[in-house]
Design a protein around this ligand. Sequence first.
Ligand SMILES: Cc1cc2nc3c(=O)[nH]c(=O)nc-3n(C[C@H](O)[C@H](O)[C@H](O)COP(=O)(O)OP(=O)(O)OC[C@H]3O[C@@H](n4cnc5c(N)ncnc54)[C@H](O)[C@@H]3O)c2cc1C
Length: 502
Amino acid sequence: MEETGSSSLLGINPIPVIVIGNGPSAICLSYFLSGYRPYFKESSIHPNPILQRKLEENMGISIIEKDLEFLSEGLEGRSHNPVAVLFDSLLRPHADFGVSMDSVLSWRREPNHYIPHLVLGKGPLGGAWHSIEGSMFTLSLGDWMELPDLPFRDWMRVKRRCLRNDRAMTADVAHYYQHYAKAKGLRENFVCGTVVTSVRRVSPSSSEENQEQMTVDNVAGAHTSLQSPHTSLFEVNGYRKIKDGSDKAFCIYAEKVVLATGTYDSPTWLGIDGEDLPFVYHTTSELEKILKDQERGVNFDPILIVGGGLTAADAVIGAHHSNASVIHVFRRGVSDPGLIFNQLPKVMYPEYHKVHQMMTQQSCTTSGPYDGYLSLPKHQVLCLTPNRKCIIQDLTSGERRTFNISMALILIGTKPNLTFLPNQGRSLAAKMELPVNSKHNPLDVDCYTYECAQERGLYALGPLVGDNFVRFLQGGALAVASALFKERHDTQSPTHRQTLIS
Ligand SMILES: Cc1cc2nc3c(=O)[nH]c(=O)nc-3n(C[C@H](O)[C@H](O)[C@H](O)COP(=O)(O)OP(=O)(O)OC[C@H]3O[C@@H](n4cnc5c(N)ncnc54)[C@H](O)[C@@H]3O)c2cc1C
C-alpha cells in the first residue's frame, strides 16, 4: 500500500476484509481476493478419475465458484482439511507418490472479482519465513513452498539459486514470497510493521459513533459491501511503527476478519525457576552472536540446548560448527518413534540424520567422534541459577546433576499468540477449556469455508487450523475466498481505496 504524508490509519466505511498476519496464508488469500481465479485446464487429465469427471463438469466456471464439498469428497491426503487436500491435489497431482505432474489449473485475473482487503502484519511480508534463520533448509521439498501460478524452481533459476537435495534455503523462500506479492500486484493490500492488539465485534451504531470522532485523511471511492449495512462489524485496533521509531495507534472496522497469524510468535517456556535470566533464550536469534563471543573466548562453558525437535537440532549444528561445547537435553529416548529424526528419510535429511547420530552415539558421554557434545536423552532441566548453573534430572533414575553453562537455549516449540482476541481465542478453539495449539487444539472452523464455528464473519487459516505446511494452507485460502465470493453482493466498485497510513 502506498504511503502518504498523513498521520493516521483510519477507516470511514468498514473494509470488507481485514487479514491479520502477512505470511504465506495471507499472501495466498490476497491473491484470490485480488481477482485471480483458478480454472480446470482444458485437456489436462487428473490422475484421480472421479475427480477428473467432476472437474469436467461446467469447465467454464472457476473452481472458486464450484461446490468445494462435492469436489473434495473422498479425497485423501496429508491434511485433515478436505479443501486443503483438494487444492493441493489440483496444484500438485499425486505429489505424495513422488510423481512430479503439472498442475491441472490455469489462472485468470478477473478484476471484477476483486474484493477490497487489507493485510496487516507485524514484520516484513512473508511472515514466519523472515524469523527463521535464513541459512537453514526447508523440511519440505522446495517446490512445495511455492504459491499458485509462480513456479518456485523457475524463480530460483532466474535468481541463480540452487536447491539442495530438492530443498530450499529459508532465506530464498522469504525472498520468493516478497517477489510473489510484487509480481502479482498484491503489495498495495499489505501494511507491514502493523501490530493488531484487539479485535472485537461492535454493533453498527457504536462503530458509527466512533468513526465520527476520527479524522479522515483520505477516502477515494466507495467499495462493495459483503453484507447488509445493519450487520455487526469487527473493530480492529492496533499500532504501527512509524519512521521516527514511535508507535501510531489505529482503529479500523471490517465486515470480515481473517486470522492468519501463524503459530511462531510465542516460544513455549519450560516453566522452571531461572528461565527469565538474561543468559536464557527461547529462540535461536541470539545464537550467532553468542557463538562469536565464544570464539573470542568470552565464556567457554558449554551451551545448554533443550529440545528434541528440528529447531534444537539446527542450534546443535550451528554450535557444533563453531566448535562450541553443547549439553543437549531432551525428554524422549533416542529410538522413540515420536522423535522427529526417526520419521525423516536419512537420504533427504543428512544434516538431521547427523544430529540424530550425535544424540545416539554420545548419549550420556562426551567421548566419541563429536568433540564437546553431550546428549542427555530422557532428561529434564529442573532449574537455572543466576551464577549460570543448571540442574538436570534423569527421568529414568531420578538422579540430578549440576552443570556450569555459558547460556541456555530452550527450543521446545512455539504456540499461537491470540492475545488480541477475547479470552486469547480459547472460545474459538475445538476444546475451549485448553489453550489454542496447532497440533492438539486448533481453532474450530467449518472445513469448507474456514469460518469460525463460534464466530460468524471470523475466519482462520494456516497452522491456526492445523494446516502446518505451506502446501496445505493454500486450500484454506481457496475456501475463505470461495465463501466470500459466494456471499458477495453484485454491485461493486473496483476503485476501493479507503484507508491510508502514515
Ligand atoms: C523453523 C521452521 C521451519 C519450517 N519449515 C517448513 C517447511 O519446510 N515446509 C513448510 O511447508 N512449512 C514449514 N514451516 C512452517 C511454515 O513456516 C508455516 O506453515 C507458514 O509460514 C504458515 O504461514 P502463515 O501465513 O499461516 O503464518 P506465518 O508465516 O507464521 O505468518 C504470520 C505472521 O503474522 C504475524 N502476526 C502474528 N500476530 C500478529 C498481530 N497481532 N498483528 C500483526 N501481525 C501478527 C506474525 O508475526 C507472522 O509474521 C516451518 C516453520 C518453522 C518455524
